[in-house]
Design a protein around this ligand. Structure first.
Ligand SMILES: C[S@@+](CC[C@H](N)C(=O)[O-])C[C@H]1O[C@@H](n2cnc3c(N)ncnc32)[C@H](O)[C@@H]1O
Length: 262
């Protein structure tokens, strides 16, 4: 066991994959990394002063980029109290507390928000929900968007062997990771009243050194390697995840979608 920044104990045997990777020092916890997020930002065509609701905002990485680069106002929802504390510290350090609000809450309760937004951004969060959970969250995303507002989504996609991949991921990541095929992600969005304007799928290289360098930089990557190499229980879990990602690399990728609420 180790202690995370705010002293919550993390059990390496049972912790969900994203918490392990965060404990190893990884900041970008989404399957397509920063390149995929950039693709969403380009499609969005943000205008200064617009508003974004970010689901599962983790350490505030994307929220800070949105406020800094596009002069947007961002509300982030995140249920992990350690991540919220770190996100708030990052936001304050960036001098953006007037434009970014981090709320500690569950994305299953978006109805507690009264505001409607120009955009909802959700990266690496819908995949880990059941079919009914995905449908519920997508419907409430639709409700939180202004008419014509855009939902920007970044998730795991499985082109074939969906059930087998689900079982393998659930075992190593220890969350109910259920990637959908491209067709099924599009259908899930359309069912919630979100018309797909753009989408793109590509290979999933979250734990490959090249993507790690792009996402975390040289120093961040070196720190992650050091942490993984020197902590055997962490290494065991990270390598198990990597083996599953490699085993299914032909079928397992990421998808980004830009949809419009109608
Ligand atoms: C795989 S990480 C992705 C984090 C971030 N969006 C990114 O792309 O780097 C999933 C995040 O969702 C958060 N999370 C999981 N379930 C949640 C829920 N029901 N409500 C709010 N946040 C949740 C976790 O605490 C974690 O920070």
């Amino acid at each position: 066991m180790v202690k995370t920044m705010t002293q919550t104990k993390l059990n390496f045997e049972t912790a969900p994959g994203h918490q392990l990777l965060a404990a190893a020092g990884k900041k970008v916890l989404r399957p397509g990394g920063r390149i995929a997020t950039e693709q969403l930002f380009q499609w969005a065509n943000f205008q200064p002063g617009e508003t974004v609701l970010e689901l599962a905002s983790s350490f505030g990485d994307s929220a800070i980029a949105l406020a800094q680069r596009y002069n947007l106002r961002v509300v982030g929802i995140e249920k992990n109290s350690d991540s919220i504390a770190r996100a708030r510290a990052n936001v304050a350090a960036a001098g953006l507390s007037d434009r970014i609000q981090m709320i500690e809450d569950d994305i299953f309760h978006l109805d507690r928000l009264s505001e409607q937004f120009d955009y909802v951004l959700a990266e690496a969060i819908l995949t880990m929900q059941s079919p009914s959970g995905k449908a519920k969250i997508l419907a409430s995303i639709h409700d939180r968007l202004k008419p014509g507002g855009k939902f920007l989504s970044h998730e795991l996609a499985a082109q074939n062997r969906e059930a087998e991949i689900h079982r393998a991921l659930a075992e190593v990541i220890r969350v109910n990771a259920t990637p959908l095929s491209e067709t099924n992600w599009i259908a899930a969005c359309e069912t919630a009243g979100l018309t797909v304007q753009h989408h793109h799928t590509s290979a999933m290289n979250l734990l490959n050194p090249q993507q790690m360098l792009r996402d975390e930089g040289a120093i961040g990557t070196a720190r992650i390697f050091w942490n993984v190499l020197t902590q055997p229980p962490l290494r065991k879990r990270v390598l198990a995840m990597r083996r599953v990602f490699q085993k299914y690399q032909q079928d397992l990728g990421y998808i980004v979608l830009c949809t419009i609420a109608h």
